[in-house]
Design a protein around this ligand. Structure first.
Ligand code: UDH
Ligand code: NGS
Length: 286
């Protein structure tokens, strides 16, 4: 754990002493597990966010502009439990971020990976984001040293989830929560658009990353900890029987199936207090 150094601000070495001090103090507090209450969550939510769920740390120049992308359908309670935890968590990490909730309209079967592509493409129409966090709606981060920023390699953040007894279920697991820079996403053409229903889409992304010679970075299990809000299987997201066949062609399809081939229609963009909500529809027969 001592090896984890957190600094999401670029002015920590600034010549301005007060700016340097604020940054350093906030970083130290952020690094100390158990000392998390110095910003009250309700103050953060009420005072600091711009409409659409955007935040910039007031005393430091963040290194990255981060889009947090939440694939979504019919999980209202989970969404609000997540946001009331995640937003103060990101504020304390001094991340500059916008929260995007990307919803797939009915009646199409759920397609999480395509929604992640939509999040990347639509967020880039609004601002020049440099880091993308893919965040399942039901995963609550438990340790503030688990910094939501992008690095030299794609990072898998949901390393240790309670439902897997707080350890990695298998070496190639890339599901739940992950962080990729714009360059890393462009290298792999984002996610596949072809996984309708549950399973396999995260393994597909892992194969893409590996095939481009990138590594997957992870914090230790003691840091990458998450609580999953338990729930039943969703209607419209039953197991995808085609996932094994799709996975066989994951890397060969990569150049033609991804960010460059996502076909969808934006039905609504709404700037809410805590997030930007984008609803899209997809015609499966196209
Ligand atoms: N998601 C939705 N709505 C849906 C389906 C998925 O919002 O109808 C999103 C949500 O962000 C979720 C993510 O997609 O966290 C991944 O969904 P998933 O169904 O692939 O994974 P999850 O682990 O559930 O949430 C798997 C089935 C669990 C069955 C448990 C039976 N006890
Ligand atoms: C694997 C799935 C992944 C999934 C992981 C954990 O078997 O998509 O289980 O699932 N891969 C395939 O089916 C090929 S979970 O328990 O979180 O629902 O992410």
């Amino acid at each position: 754990a001592a090896a984890v150094v957190v600094s999401s601000c670029s002015n920590e070495n600034s010549s301005n002493a007060s700016s340097r001090l604020v940054c350093t103090l906030q970083r130290m507090l952020t690094n100390m597990t158990g000392e998390l209450g110095y910003l009250r969550d309700e103050d953060v939510l009420r005072l600091s966010l711009k409409m659409g769920g955007s935040y910039s740390p007031p005393h430091c120049q963040a290194r990255q502009k981060t889009a947090v992308i939440i694939p979504y359908r019919n999980r209202w309670d989970h969404l609000h439990v997540l946001l009331y935890n995640l937003i103060p968590f990101l504020v304390r990490q001094m991340i500059e971020f916008t929260i995007f909730v990307i919803e797939l309209a009915l009646p199409t079967d759920f397609n999480k990976a395509m929604l992640l592509n939509v999040g990347v493409l639509e967020s880039l129409k609004l601002d020049n984001y440099t880091c993308f966090i893919f965040q399942d709606v039901d995963l609550i981060p438990l340790d503030e040293r688990n910094v939501y920023q992008c690095g030299a390699h794609p990072r898998h953040l949901a390393v240790a989830i309670n439902k897997f007894h707080f350890s990695l279920p298998y070496e190639g697991y890339f599901g739940g929560v992950s962080a990729m820079s714009r360059e890393q996403l462009e290298k792999v053409n984002g996610n596949s658009n072809l996984y309708f229903g549950w399973g396999g889409e995260d393994d597909d992304l892992y194969f893409r990353i590996k095939s481009r010679g990138m590594l997957v970075a992870r914090y230790p299990e003691i840091i990458g900890r998450y609580e999953m809000i338990s729930h039943d299987r969703d209607i419209g997201n039953s197991e995808n029987n085609k996932r094994w066949d799709l996975l066989k062609g994951a890397t060969s399809r990569m150049p033609i199936d991804g960010l460059n081939s996502a076909h969808y229609r934006v039905e609504q963009v709404a700037y809410k207090t805590l997030y930007t909500w984008i609803t899209v529809s997809v015609n499966m027969t196209e």
